[in-house]
Design a protein around this ligand. Structure first.
Ligand SMILES: *Cc1c(COP(=O)(O)O)cnc(C)c1O
Length: 381
């Protein structure tokens, strides 16, 4: 089976991990901060906080923005459930903003309309989480403009998008947001096995998230409410978690990061190859924004509804591990129980009936890609 996505590990990656295994520190050692610095430097943010998953990163980002009961978090229905669940972890309410049918990202126009309605009802969101779907940036300039008018915070879910660019700068510089989170799950662009990172230009948010990822404990006497009893002393100041990234993971991430530009180059070439091969068949690829360079985490096509299921099944039978990103979050039984209804986000639902993710990863070979292309193209003859 040709999968829709997979990791690419080099001999150096393996050696980097083995080196940590032979060292004194397995977790909370010197490598995690090194990986944090390297990510911050790469994407152009001031601070980076490593954690054990992007789900944890979203949770801590929401907590550091003081999201709590009575507040609202808005995101896109076309995402993995984690983009919405982070609001619920904090006891807040979650709602969705429909997608643009061409970019498959949160629509800035739909956001604008929904905000105007919410203002009248005094139900404005505290946080909006745009997701850079498949690796292509949302229209961050417009979303940021709206945040200034309505006063909400922005967490960019860039789980798909490390190495992608917006307005000629790397996604993660946080020019148009308060924070950006990345995922290092094996299907994403670079991996640590499991792992995630929050980047921000705000020192307070970063310090708070560092404390929260380690039980809410501080060893900094300036933050303590008592004079230390002795050199062993620490204080728990709030309820935190164990969300730390291990040095084993960080070593893999640090080594993977050195391949990032190369991975993106390969993904871009494959995207171009798909685009050219499909130019004359009735499918819709993701529309490219002029000021965005996608990281190409996914290659998604929209096919006519009448052929969607049969093409999907045909490709799977041929050993091509196509997938579907995403089942709209509001259609999940858990969210239906919360009162969301079918028909509420019609663009995301229409997209769901047409979308197929084709294999896309750095080591997908030319022969494998040709096989995928042939099966797709002949289905439309
Ligand atoms: C993968 C993913 C996450 C969660 O990432 P983990 O590291 O697996 O927790 C969140 N949001 C989006 C959009 C994702 O694709």
């Amino acid at each position: 089976m040709i999968p829709y996505g997979r990791q690419s590990l080099s001999q150096e990656d393996i050696e980097g991990v083995v080196e940590v295994l032979r060292s004194d520190w397995l977790t909370q050692g010197p490598v995690a901060p090194k990986f944090e610095h390297a990510i911050a430097k790469k994407v152009g943010a001031q601070y980076a906080v490593s954690v054990n998953s992007a789900t944890s990163a979203l949770h801590l980002a929401c907590l550091s923005l003081n999201l709590g009961p009575g507040d609202w978090l808005w995101t896109t229905p076309n995402s993995f459930v984690a983009s919405a669940n982070c609001g619920l972890y904090c006891g807040a309410n979650v709602d969705f903003v429909d997608i643009d049918p061409d970019t498959f990202n949160m629509s800035a126009d739909a956001l604008s309309v929904k905000l105007a309605d919410a203002e009248r009802l005094d139900l404005l969101p505290k946080i909006v989480v745009p997701v850079h779907f498949a690796g292509q940036s949302c229209d961050m300039r417009s979303i940021h403009k709206l945040s200034q008018h309505y006063g909400f915070k922005i967490i960019e879910d860039a789980s798909h998008a490390i190495g992608g660019q917006y307005q000629s700068k790397y996604i993660g510089n946080c020019e148009y947001s308060d924070m950006t989170i990345f995922s290092f799950h094996p299907v994403k662009i670079i991996t640590t096995g499991e792992g995630g990172m929050v980047v921000t230009n705000n020192a307070e948010y970063a310090d708070h998230m560092r404390r929260l990822r380690s039980h809410g404990i501080t060893r900094n006497s300036a933050e303590m409410s008592h004079i230390p009893d002795g050199p062993w002393y620490y204080e728990q100041l709030e309820l935190g978690f164990n969300y730390r990234m291990t040095d084993i993971q960080a070593a893999l991430g640090l080594s993977q990061l050195s391949s990032l530009d190369n991975f993106i180059k390969h993904r871009k070439a494959k995207a171009l190859c798909y685009e050219q091969a499909f130019a004359s068949i009735p499918i819709r690829p993701q529309k490219a924004l002029v000021d965005a360079v996608s990281a190409w985490h996914l290659y998604v096509i929209r096919v006519p509804v009448s052929q969607h299921l049969s093409l999907f099944e045909h490709l799977r039978t041929q050993g091509i591990g196509v997938n579907l990103h995403y089942i709209p979050i509001h259609l999940q039984p858990y969210y239906q129980q919360k009162g969301f209804k079918k028909g509420q986000f019609p663009q995301a639902e229409a997209y769901y009936h047409e979308a197929i993710s084709l294999p896309m990863y750095a080591t997908l070979s030319d022969e494998q890609q040709s096989l995928v292309i042939n099966h797709v193209v002949t289905a439309f003859l």
